[in-house]
Design a protein around this ligand. Structure first.
Ligand code: NAD
Length: 490
């Protein structure tokens, strides 16, 4: 039995979370732990081993040994793909358990948590296929030279991940790193370490050799920083906040590490007056309020052409007010609990700032029926100016800024007038304008008259403050491998 303030506890909830190093669960060498709480009761449900530099060193040593002495890096693509397919099957077999854990630990609505295993499994199947189909290059200079290219896994990959959709985002890094033949050390987010504890069992059952996958829990400032600075880790794939990304770049500089940085966003949704109004409205609502608004590609600034602005604001606010906020495990819930009280306070702080900067149309407070837990009603601000903090800064919660524009030029200027450049969305039935505006938006990814659905072959990543480097398809393999050319005289 659950109440709005009592979370539904998964049946097999562990009360201690360990590191996983060299094929075994281990505690921190120092014995340090930290409490992990759920976002509904905000009460600790487990302690987790808090990794420090010595734990990272132990994990990197195990990973390095597996890389240099073990079979994984020397297997054929097909052999590794067989294991990756087994991992995908094992992930899907854990679908219900994973959904329950993710919902409990992150506060994501159960309906959305249920999609996470399928997406994670797809990442493994996709990169298994990519590695099998990967072509190798050769260049001949007739009568003089044959140049061929050997592709080699880089070594121990350091993977640092955030708390929003944690398991799926971990899979987005684990799958290509493992497909490439790297060994890995994963440092999951400290707010949501529960689902990462499933990986050890999944990998072991699927036949991944010991030491190829290692996990060290703990805080970014300790475990994360030690991973970034470890000399035997030649690359870091990071997803998280922009300011953390800068710090990681500084920390990685001394060892000249390869970096892939998937960072924050403040993505625009540009809606012209000739757009399919209902489709744009549905998509804009989903884009900012699904996943509790804790989505890197959230369309958190909705720019609407003046002639339809008033109607759009009214309809958007009315729909936002009818969104069901509730306990994450309830099937009817559309917005659950924000991940952690610290994050909740930050988001609520932006709501207060917004009240002094713009016109509040919906939400702006805790729902009356949910007196505890990190709940916020979907919050809609209108007439948000381009200098407003709620226009410029990533909030990462169920809060949206609506802003009118008159012309295409003004729309593009507003869309681009932020430091971020992750995603953009354009709605218009004018074909030429659609392509023109999509191309003019400063973002790594733009969806034209469409939803945030990805094709795994396409580049993923942001520009400006939203990231450095792109992953997706062969680009991920490029990141986790290096190419060595052999020049042969003929
Ligand atoms: P965060 O930067 O606070 O933490 C991310 C990870 O980095 C955590 O594991 C944390 O422990 C670790 N970390 C923190 N400080 C560190 C340091 N000094 N050295 C090494 N590691 C450190 O981010 P978050 O709050 O967990 O996640 C939310 C952010 O992630 C948002 O900004 C969101 O936009 C972004 N995000 C981006 C994408 C993308 O693909 N671009 C996807 C999801 C989330």
């Amino acid at each position: 039995m659950t109440t709005p303030t009592q979370p539904h506890r998964p049946a097999d909830l562990p009360d201690k979370l360990y590191h996983f190093i060299g094929g075994a669960e281990v505690d921190s060498l120092s014995g340090a732990v930290f409490d992990v709480a759920d976002p509904v009761s905000n009460k600790p449900y487990a302690t987790a081993a808090a990794g420090r530099a010595e734990d990272i060193d132990r994990a990197v040593t195990a990973a390095h040994q597996a890389f240099t002495d073990g079979p994984w890096a020397r297997m054929t693509g097909r052999q590794r793909a067989t294991v990756l397919y087994a991992i995908a099957d094992a992930v899907e077999a854990q679908q219900e358990r994973l959904a329950e854990m993710e919902c409990f630990d992150t506060g994501l609505p159960i309906t959305l948590a249920k999609g996470q295993a399928r997406r994670a499994a797809e990442n493994f199947r996709f990169f298994a296929d990519v590695i099998v189909a990967l072509h190798e290059d050769a260049y001949s200079v007739p009568g003089t030279q044959l140049n061929y290219v050997l592709r080699k896994p880089i070594g121990v990959a350091g993977l640092i991940t955030p708390w929003n959709t944690p398991f799926m985002l971990e899979s987005w890094k684990l799958a290509p790193a493992l497909a490439s033949g790297c060994s890995v050390v994963l440092k999951p987010a400290e707010f949501t370490p529960l689902s990462a504890s499933l990986w050890a069992e999944i990998f072991t059952e699927a036949g991944l050799p010991d030491g190829v996958f290692n996990l060290v829990g703990g805080f970014g400032e300790e475990a994360g920083r030690a991973l970034v600075q470890h000399p035997k880790v030649p690359l870091i794939s990071f997803t998280g906040e922009t300011t953390t990304g800068s710090e990681i770049m500084r920390g990685a500089a001394d060892n000249l590490k390869a970096l892939s940085m998937e960072l924050g966003g403040k993505s625009p949704v540009v809606i012209f007056d000739d757009a399919d109004f209902e489709a744009a409205l549905d998509s804009a609502l989903f884009g900012v309020f699904s996943l509790n608004g804790e989505r890197c590609t959230a369309g958190s600034r909705v720019l609407v052409q003046r002639s339809i602005y008033d109607e759009f604001c009214a309809r958007f606010a009315e729909r936002a007010k009818s969104i069901v906020v509730g306990p994450p495990q309830e099937p009817a819930t559309e917005v659950g609990a924000l991940v952690h009280p610290e994050h909740y306070e930050r988001v609520c702080g932006y709501v207060e700032i917004g009240k002094s900067e713009a016109r509040l149309l919906a939400g702006g407070e805790r729902p009356a029926h949910l007196p505890e837990g990190n709940y916020l009603s979907p919050t809609v601000f209108a007439d948000v100016g381009r200098d407003a903090r709620i226009f410029q800064e990533e909030i990462f919660g169920p809060v949206v800024a609506l802003t009118p524009f008159e012309t295409e030029e003004e729309a593009v200027s507003l869309a681009n007038d932020v430091s971020y450049g992750l995603a953009g969305y354009v709605w218009t039935n004018d074909l030429r304008r659609g392509h023109r505006v999509a191309g003019a938006i400063e973002a790594g990814m733009v969806w034209l008259n469409s939803h945030n659905i990805r094709d795994l072959r396409t580049p993923f990543g942001g520009i400006k403050s939203s990231g450095v480097g792109h992953e997706g398809g062969h680009r991920s393999i490029d990141f986790y491998t290096h190419e060595q050319v052999v020049h042969v005289a003929t």
